[in-house]
Structures are given as C-alpha cells and as structure tokens.
Ligand binder design. Structure first.
Ligand code: TYD
Length: 152
C-alpha cells in the first residue's frame, strides 16, 4: 500500500495496516541468537535513525503522541512492553516480548507504550531523522489531522 496520497502527503491508515513483522533468528548452539534487520531486505522502509528507550521504571508509560509522516519499527530488544495504537477510529494493543519481532507502525498513529517490565529496551528504527515538526502531541490536533485525510 502506498504511504502517500496523490499530492505526495501521507494518506490515512488504520491500525490494521500496522503489524508484527517476524525476522529470522540465526542461532548457533549454546552461543545465543542473532537477528538481522537490513534496508531493502526485511523492512517496508529505509532506516535513517535508530533510538532506544531503556531504564524505564517498571509500570511507567511513554509515548502519547503521533507522527505525521514517520514510519517506525518498534522492537523489544530486551524484556517486554505493550504498544497501543489508535488511528482515530479504532485502537489495537500489541504485546512485544521477542527480539526477532517488530511492530511496523504506519504514519498517523497515536501510540501509548505501557507495561514496561524492568530492564526492557524498546529499540525504534525510524524512516526519518528527528524532526519535532513531525510530532503531534495533542490528541485533539491528532484527530483533526487524521480526519482531514482520505483513507487509502
Ligand atoms: P519523545 O519522542 O517525546 O519520547 P517519548 O514519547 O518516549 O517520551 O522524545 C523524548 C525527548 O527526546 C524529546 O525531548 C525529544 C528527544 N528526542 C531527540 O532529540 N531525538 C530523537 O530522535 C528522539 C526520538 C527524541
């Protein structure tokens, strides 16, 4: 599915466009596992930035914002947490607890991260460099933003 409408702007997506991607696990006997995420191979977008959340106190929540155009892959590189996505019409909660899985998040999703276990690491692969203008941090503004778009 295209990410943009005919004017080149991101279209409207639904939570059902977001999904868990499963990556290969290369394991060598008793030496642990290795998972590869590579541009052009395993992801629907090219990665321009990687960041990670860690030392989040158990039970604490993060997120509470949306992105206008950013695509992301969220991975529980260690531990576990939940991600609730909201497209303005519907919400869906995903539980991440495996380093060889990632939640692919389309643009225009309000997200809440919760239920961090102690020691959890949330690694995020992002399609763009950091741009504060891409954030929507007000829920009403988010609803206005998504409602102004056509569903692709
Ligand atoms: P934010 O995305 O709001 O994190 P969360 O929603 O999980 O609390 O970012 C927290 C702070 O980090 C904010 O001041 C912006 C800054 N930041 C950067 O400078 N670069 C980045 O790539 C990111 C993701 C955040």
């Amino acid at each position: 599915m295209k990410n943009t409408d005919d004017s080149g702007k991101p279209g409207r997506f639904s939570v059902s466009d977001c999904r868990i991607l499963e990556f290969d696990k290369h394991h060598s006997d008793r030496k642990g596992n290795l998972t590869v995420i590579e541009n052009g191979e395993t992801l629907p977008f090219d990665v321009k930035r990687v960041y990670y959340l860690y030392d989040v106190p158990a039970g604490e929540a993060r997120g509470s914002h949306a992105h206008r155009s950013l695509e992301q892959l969220m991975v529980a590189a260690a531990g576990s947490f939940s991600v609730t996505l909201d497209d303005g019409r519907e919400k869906k909660t995903f539980f991440l607890n495996r380093p060889n899985q990632g939640l692919y998040i389309k643009p225009g999703m309000w997200r809440d991260l919760s239920d961090f276990c102690s020691g959890a690491v949330c690694m995020v692969l992002a399609s763009e460099v950091y741009q504060e203008e891409d954030y929507i941090r007000d829920y009403q503004e988010f609803l206005e933003f998504v409602n102004s778009k056509e569903t692709k």
